[in-house]
Design a protein around this ligand. Sequence first.
Ligand SMILES: O=P(O)(O)OC[C@@]1(O)O[C@H](CO)[C@@H](O)[C@@H]1O
Length: 392
Amino acid sequence: MPDTPTAPVILGNRPGSFPHSVLAERHPAIIRQVRDAFPYEPGQRHALDALLADCTEGTIEPLPADAHDRGRWTAWGMDAYAGRSWYDVPWLWSESWFYRQLLQAVGYFGPGPWQGIDPFRPSKRAELDSSATDDELAALDDLAGRPADERGRALLHGSLWGNRADLGFRLSAEGTARAAAVPALVADDGERLWELLDASRAGTLVLVADNAGRELVPDLLLVSHLLEQGTIGRAVLHVKPYPYYVSDATTADVVDALRRLTGARGAAAGHGRRLWDALSDGRLTLRAHPFSCSPLPYEEMPGDLRADFAGAAVTVVKGDLNYRRLVGDRTWPPTMPFADVTGYFPGPVAALRTLKSDVVIGLAPATEEALVAAAEQRWRTGGTHALIQVRA
Ligand SMILES: O=P(O)(O)OC[C@@]1(O)O[C@H](CO)[C@@H](O)[C@@H]1O
């Protein structure tokens, strides 16, 4: 049996490291942002204050016996990590735990009047309603006259770079937008992705979505284009079952994005109607699997999710967090081959991601050297670089 490659799991306990800054600074900033965004009641405010202290100084405390998802979190490692500092468990685990606790604090899981109220909705809506989104939708009219191939490639890149629009990232990355003025692909298997899609004419595309708003809109536009061209016959869009990592897309965000498209003018409205029809007639389906908010890598996915991915002509995995889960949140050498690490994935898989955390694999040695020479290790986390990687 071939050896499965491995590397140490990333923890958040090294001061000065990016993961440490997320736990020590980004999470408190997210709590403050949420606290200011709603007229929360005293009980919720106390719970948010308690979470602020807990997530920076406390330890992992198991969920109460009657928590609706206690069994799930037990299976995901809760008991094994009980009593440990948030910094001393896998960083990926700690982050997912944070969002679970934040939603608990604001009453999202209910029962009660705040059940189902997304604490990140104001920032997601502001982005969707922004003039920047207007400009992006208007640009579709110029694209409409171009050959189909060119439109497809432009929309693929729109979906890729849309991943820079990540609201949690912006909380702790002020100024990187300017640094990102010269975008650069550090790995580009884009043509291999088109080959896969073209070879599977009328097959199923699974798209594992990441952020709502200015990432989800271009993701949906790409799906619309592929359906229109007959490149794919069906699409399955995986979203999160509850709000997560600030801007991750839920079903409500898909509906908001579709309404934004159908309410626009010109080509954007045409895409909106096509997607609306596709959802209505079953050519586009949504999934909100509990594992999508789990603190585990995809290698540990359950059988029903595995079957979903196995049936796809290709699964496109969007964004930084999904990339970490796809390849494992580990200190891999950047030149570790992508195909070696993703060999477990049930079917062809493509990653579309801007680089916003330390994990990266599949780089050519010369690419890594050039990146380090130009920016030491900053290229890993600044959102200034992107990649398209494919394992057929
Ligand atoms: O998955 P996304 O939206 O592309 O990025 C998520 C992110 O902003 O959050 C994590 C840190 O909290 C990192 O993986 C990354 O920086």
